[in-house]
Design a protein around this ligand. Structure first.
Ligand code: HEM
Length: 332
């Protein structure tokens, strides 16, 4: 009996010792053994190759947040970090370079024979308000958008992380909130000027004659010439596309899923770069490119000689509408 008890005590003791050793081994292994950071179990690339996405488990109700990486995300990153930057740089810098070349070659297009001293109303106060509201929103949207594309490589090294974060946060708020007055502006632009922007045969002629830009030719034009009509439709369609794709991104998952949002971003960013390039050309021709153009959107009037040179048909129509030149007024 005593021997049996002694054997049982021995077996229980041996089992307890084995249990302690078994529990202590992993702890010792963790403390003593060198860590292998490239062990196959933690290789992200291998995980991605095998399961094509990295997905975990979470506690919040939105299960979409459990996917951390998937192949389309990596393709999109390549587009955003490399391809888009090339497209943006070539389009925007290329347009700026072209503008400099045109200015050096052509200079400012002058009013032939100088100013007449008589002006005619070209845009009402409401039209100018709509133009400047849309334009100022556009400029801030463009700068804050370009910060999303180029800020990290260009500004972060210059400003440092704290200032860059503050600026980017501000820019992002501006981009989100100014999208609303911009969209309203685009809708108003569509409504107030659509009647004057329907293409006609005079526009074909205007384009055939290069808009008179390459010579001292003055193809006749109505309220808007062929070039301005093209700008108008670019603003309406480009603005509309930026708005639709932008809101899909601003309100994620309401309109579309991940792939839809990636497509929306690709369209949004590509349209934005082309839009910026076209607006640079528009700003050029409205300021230093052509004498007497800026005042049309400034005080709302233009010199009669300017109107005769660039919009002869419009001047004729206006004069016919009010033969005594009711809309024509002496310059101050
Ligand atoms: C209603 C109008 C618009 C809305 C709702 C909108 C909204 C957005 C949103 C939500 C983003 C993504 C921001 C992020 O990744 O955090 C974005 C990016 C961007 N937006 Fe807009 N946007 C609008 C108009 C414009 C306009 C007019 C331009 C320029 C002409 C523009 C240029 C850009 C650019 C360049 C980006 C960065 C693209 C990138 O690098 O991924 N946006 N926009």
């Amino acid at each position: 009996m005593a021997k049996l008890l002694e054997r049982i005590r021995f077996i229980v003791g041996a089992l307890a010792l084995a249990l302690i050793v078994a529990m202590a081994t992993p702890v010792l292994a963790q403390q003593g053994a060198p860590i292998n950071p490239t062990a196959s179990a933690v290789k992200e690339q291998q995980l991605l190759n095998e399961v094509s996405r990295i997905q975990g488990r979470g506690t919040i109700p939105d299960v979409r947040s459990y996917v951390l990486e998937h192949p389309a995300g990596r393709e999109w990153r390549q587009w955003h970090e490399v391809t888009l930057r090339w497209i943006g740089a070539i389009t925007v810098l290329g347009t700026l370079a072209l503008i400099v070349i045109v200015y050096l070659w052509r200079g400012m297009i002058k009013i032939e024979g100088g100013r007449s001293g008589r002006t005619i109303v070209r845009f009402t106060a409401f039209e100018r308000f709509v133009h400047w509201m849309t334009a100022s929103c556009f400029i801030i949207l463009a700068l804050s958008g370009l910060n999303i594309t180029f800020g990290k490589p260009l500004l972060l090294p210059l400003l440092g992380p704290e200032a860059f974060t503050t600026w980017s946060e501000l820019a992002k708020y501006a981009h989100n909130y100014l999208s609303f007055p911009f969209t309203i502006g685009v809708v108003l632009v569509l409504l107030i000027w659509v009647g004057d922007n329907i293409p006609n045969s005079a526009d074909v002629e205007w384009f055939k004659r290069g808009g008179g830009i390459f010579s001292d030719d003055h193809p006749p034009a109505g309220h808007f010439n062929g070039g301005q009509k093209a700008i108008y439709w670019i603003v309406v369609l480009g603005g509309g596309t930026s708005a639709v794709t932008g809101y899909l991104l601003m309100f994620p998952f309401y309109g579309t899923g991940i792939s839809g949002m990636q497509l929306a971003e690709v369209v949004h960013a590509t349209v934005a770069m082309l839009f910026i390039a076209v607006m640079l050309a528009h700003i050029y021709i409205g300021t230093i490119g052509m004498e007497g153009a800026a005042e049309a959107m400034g005080q709302g009037t233009v010199d009669v000689n300017w109107a005769r040179q660039h919009h002869s048909q419009w001047l004729k129509d206006e004069m016919a509408r009010s033969p005594k030149g009711a809309r024509a007024q002496p310059a101050e």
